[in-house]
Every structure is written in structure tokens, then in C-alpha cells.
Design a protein around this ligand. Sequence first.
Ligand code: PEP
Ligand code: MG
Length: 768
Amino acid sequence: MLSILRSLVQEVNSARDLQEALDIIVSRVQKAMGTEVCSVYLLDPATNRYILMATEGLYPDAVGQVTLAYSEGLVGLVGSREEPINLEDAPSHPRYRYFPETGEERFRSFLGVPIIHHRRVLGVLVVQQRENTRTFDEGEEAFLVTVSAQLAGVIAHSEATGVISGLSLTGEEARDVSFNGVPGAPGVAIGQSVVVYPSADLDAVPEKAPEDVEQEVVLFQSAVKAVRDDIERVAERLASQLRPEELALFDVYLRMLGDDALPGEVTNKIREGIWAQGALKQVVQQYVRHFEMMDDHYLQERAVDIRDLGRRLLSHLQERGQEQLEYPERTVLVSEELTPAMLGEVPKGQLVGLVSVKGSSNSHVAILARAMGVPTVMGLVDIPVNQLDGKELVVDGFEGQIFASPSDDLRAFYQAICEEEDELIRGLEALRDQPCETIDHHRVSLLVNTGLMTDVVRSLSHGAEGIGLYRTEVPFMIKDRFPSEQEQREYYREQLEAFAPNPVTMRTLDIGGDKSLTYFPIQEENPFLGWRGIRVTLDHPEIFLVQVRAMLKASEGLNNLQIMLPMISNVSEVEESLHLIYRVYHEVREEGYDIHMPKVGVMVEVPAAVYQIRELAERVDFLSVGSNDLTQYLLAVDRNNPRVAQLYHSYHPAVLQALVRIAQDAHVVGKPVGICGELAGDPGGALLLMAMGYDSLSMNAASLPKVKSVIRSVSREWAMQLLEDVLLLDSPHVIKSCVDLALRNAGFGRYLRPGKSNSAAYAERAAS
Ligand code: PEP
Ligand code: MG
């Protein structure tokens, strides 16, 4: 059973389009189950009707012609109940609906299972059988449910491919259909997409036509030659160490690279109009499928060799093709998984939007994007990334959705939102030098989170009073080795100088989890519960000591440095870190530097720290809550996983209760407490935190003017009442709506995109 399923999924995965995928499904399922009919009906979002999309056993002419309303017939019943329906005599069921054009009057038994993807019913998979033969048994029902669950993602993906090309399920023109992910960084961008993909990853190669066929052929031939040379060299080197039968593997490789084998087929495809990388991908995938389906275990294993060869050829092709990557004036960078390094590749001033399949709004790349003010959508799981290359895209970072090849009307609609947003930001510029103080004179410090030098420039122009979190891992991430002490010192000095005499809080290296350094990979089953933050640096004092030394030396003459320790879950980690910091401090002074001992603080990011606030606070100068991680750990929701993004909620009552407790306990010991998670940059979140008594709020520069204008317009008393009210509620969504309503009533509706969803507003406008 498993092997049938595996080969079915593989075949469907490599179908060229949705129709081919569905045809494969019905024919393979019909055969595997030995039924007379297998059909698939998909729910067309445009008409909300089920369409018979493919069948094996009903009259073929009925495909595309037979449609049912959302709750019509047995198909509608399966869809609306969201569970299988297994009937011995379907025509006698009150919901049976007969379509003469299908010829289905011959069939009596009926088994239908819904196709559901991320809670959305995509369609219904049906098998039918003639009278007096048999009903479907439990095993068959379970098989069909398994097939449907496995294929739902593939169908969603193929459906999306059609939509990107501007086609609906029925092949009609479908414009302005949105793809939904999660908001990564607010704002709207309209630009041209550039798909960046991890190198030497065949699956990620996009479909493209070659600019010059002959040039592509030459490029491919030279890649073949280079790989042949590599293999011959390796074989020669290993000749004395391997037995002849082991060395024969290299001959297999070289034979595969013979002119009439793989290279011949790839060249033919290039001549048919596919660029070399795409042609290679198609041929390798064909071979791999072929080998994987073989019953012989030895031959199945050969698929691995083909894939390896494919990767080698691709890597040579990419080496040569690399300089061809061009970034348009308004680049929207799209990738399976965006990395900070990819952002750095785009020439200055040309990056307007970001789209990532993996990750969620609290992934580090989203945080970077917010710091840079680049509208971003994350977690677009069903998007066929490869199809987006070169397309015009609208990125709606408020709602977490994108549109490919927008109509003129939709483009104009979003253009107007961009202009409105610019105007709003310009209007806030006047607040730059005003203090962040409520109308009843409660003062809060507004600080910024930084990582790159561009953040610093933006922060200064937005009137930040210092840096509440400098993520030192950012300069580490954009290098290909650990930066030296001198290099670190230069990075740190820039940040310290830009804000002096205001405080600059530098967090010691916080890697692990989703923040990896290419040159220091950490492979773990469970990285967020593993070797992260302070755990890594205490195990590697040589990294920690160099970093602290660089920070202290950089602070000479400025004395505005504060050091902050990430991922603290034990008092002993604070004590060990303090010991190392003191040691470096004395050494650096002995070297003749005129420095002051910096203030040292602890980040509160894990539940253990919440219950040890007093013990921690007694040992350090300040506390700062990392609400991004604290939310993740309190709610047991991976901050990067788009599947559970709906459960990640910083307005969750448990998170709010923890935040209240932290502020109270820190103040009991007389230590200042701030917050540097994303909640601080959310106008509603900032109000609640100010009411809780947080002394400072540190956020991305783009959010700062909005937060300041909200805080300056209310009284602390009003905010405390709001806090008291929401602490009585038990649903994060109701709490959020309550805070939004309060903001709206206070005149800040404009800060609340999406107040009314942009796409809903557009649909309303288009209909009128
Ligand atoms: C946090 O966890 O809230 C935080 C500020 O740190 P980071 O997002 O860098 O993990
Ligand atoms: Mg953190």
C-alpha cells in the first residue's frame, strides 16, 4: 500500500499542470482500488461550485461540464460534512443528484472523501461501483482518505500554478486571485519578482525559456565536460584505495554522461525551448522516477546516483550563469527560504518587497525586513515559487498576501494605499524631537532594535532615544567566517558612536534556533530547545570573550555600552557570564583602555526566567523581555512554522499575565525592565506594556513614530483601565479586537491595517 501511495504522490508531483495531476490521480486510484469509476471534483473558489475535473469510468465529455452548487448532491454533502460518505445504494439517498451526461446511472455504490488542505475543502474524490457487486469496505475507505490527505497539498500547489498563469480551474481568465501567507513586515510593495533559490538544488530551478539556445547548449556541454573531468580526477585519486568493483561506480557515472545518455536528452530539451538548468531538472527527474519505481532494490538505489550527478552538473551551470542575475529597479525578492545574505545581494535602494515560502512573522528574516521597512509576506506554503520569476507582484505585508500580474485596477488600488502610508509617515515626522509621554505625564523610553547600519540611520531620523537591542548575530551572519576582534570592534563602534551619549544595548551572540551561521552549522532535531544563545557562547568562551573584548574596546571614550545576555534559563548562566565580562573588563583596562564597566542585563525569553525574575534581577542592572521567544516557549508554538502561525499570539492571556508578573517582580527589586520583542512595536501592544509599567519599549525603527503618537495621545490611566479589562478576557482574538476597538475609538484606525481587509475593500469597490 505504501509503495502504491509513494509512487502515486511522486507521479502527481511531477505532473506539468493541474489537469495532468488530476488525470493521473483518477487513473491510478481506479486501478489500485479495482473500481469502475474514480472521479475528482474541485471546488471553484470563483463560483463556489464543484466541477467534475477528471474521471476514469464516467463519460469523458462530462469533464468540465458537470458542476454542482456548494451543497448540492452527494459530492456537496461530503464537502460540507468534511468527512467520507460510503453508500451501498447511492441513488436511494435523498441527496443523490443524477447527471445524465455522466452515465452514472449504472453505478450504485458510492464512496466520497473530502480533499482538505489547511482546513479548506478543495474538492471531493469519489469512487463508484456497479450494482450488485460490492460496497466499499473500511480498508478501502481508509486508503482513499490517505490518498486524499497526501494529495491535498499537491493539488493546492498545482491549483496555485494555474492561478499564477492567470487561469481558473476551468481554464478561464482569473485575475487578482490572492495567495495567502502571514504578514512579515507591514506595508505594500509593487515590483518585479526575482526568484532566488538555493544553489545546486534541482527542485528549486525555475521554468524559463533560454535567451539563446545555442549558447545554452554550449554552457551545458562545458558543464558536462567539467563534471567528467572531476569524476575522472576523483577516480584516479582513489584508484589505489578502492577495490575494482567499487571503482566501477565511477564508470557508471561516466557512462551516464556519455553523449547518447543524459546529455543527449538534456540537449534535445534545450533545443525544444527550455533553458539548460530547467532541461537538466526535467531529465534528471524523469530518470529518478524511473529508477525509484523499479522493484529491484539495487536499481532503486541508482536514483541517488542520478540525483547526485544532476546536482554536480547544476552546480557547474550555476557557477557560469551566476553573473546573469539582474535585479530590476523595484525588486521583490522571492525564495523558498529567504536568508539575510540574500537580502544583502540586492543593490542598495532596489529592494521593495520580500516573499518567503518558509518562515513566519517572527522569523529572523521577517524581523530584519521590518527593521529595513521592506513589506514582507512569509509562510506562503502553497506557492509554486518557480513560476513567479519575472512576474509583477503586489506584496501586501499588512495582510500577508500577494497577487501576481495584477490588473490595472488592483495595481491602482494598492498604489493608493502606498501613497496613503507615505503620507501618514510624513505626518509623523514632526514628532521626532517630542518626548514619548502620556497626557498625564507618564514617560516611557522609546528605543530601537538594530542589526545593520541602515537601521541606525533610520532610527536616528525617527527620534529613537537609544538602542534597546543590537542583534550582534547580524554582522556574523553576513560573513563567511567569524569576524575578527578588530572587525567586530568596528561594527560595534559605529552603533555606539551613532547614539552616544544615549545607551546602546548589545546582545551577546544569539545563534542556534533558526539563526545559523554557514560557517558554524548546528544540526539538531529540536533546535529551539537545543544549543542556543548563551548556551553556545558559554560552551565557547573563545567566541564570548573576543566579542565582549571588542564591545568594551569599542566603547572607549563613549561609555554608553550596555551588554545583554540572551536565552537565560539558569541563574548560574548569569553568574558565569558576569565572571567572564569582569575578567575581560580588567584585562582591557590593564591594556590601557580607558573604559567604564558597562551595565549588564538579562533577556527574559523562556518561562523559567519568568519565575526567577527577582533572583536574576538582583544579579544584574536591568531586564529586557524578548517577547518573541517568550511567546513561542509559553505557547509551545514554533515562531517560524506557518502551519501553526495562527496559534502564535502575543495577546494570548498567558503571555499577558506573564508580562504583568515580570514587570511587577522586577520593580519589587528596584530594577528597570524593558521589552525588545515585536509586541513593543505594535501600537496596541505598546499601550498595554506602558500600562503594565515597562520602562522602555524597543522596536523596529519603522514602528517608532506610530507608537509615539499613540502614547502621546492617551493617559496612562486610560491605558491601565484597558489593561484591566483585557486581563479579564480569555481569548487572544477577543483581546486583540478589544484593543483594536479602543485604538479606533481613540482615533487611530489608520494604524490598524488591516482594519477592513484590503482585499475585501477592493472587492467591495470593484463590485460597486
Ligand atoms: C525575542 O525573542 O523577543 C528577541 C527580541 O530576540 P530575537 O527575536 O532576536 O530572538
Ligand atoms: Mg529571542
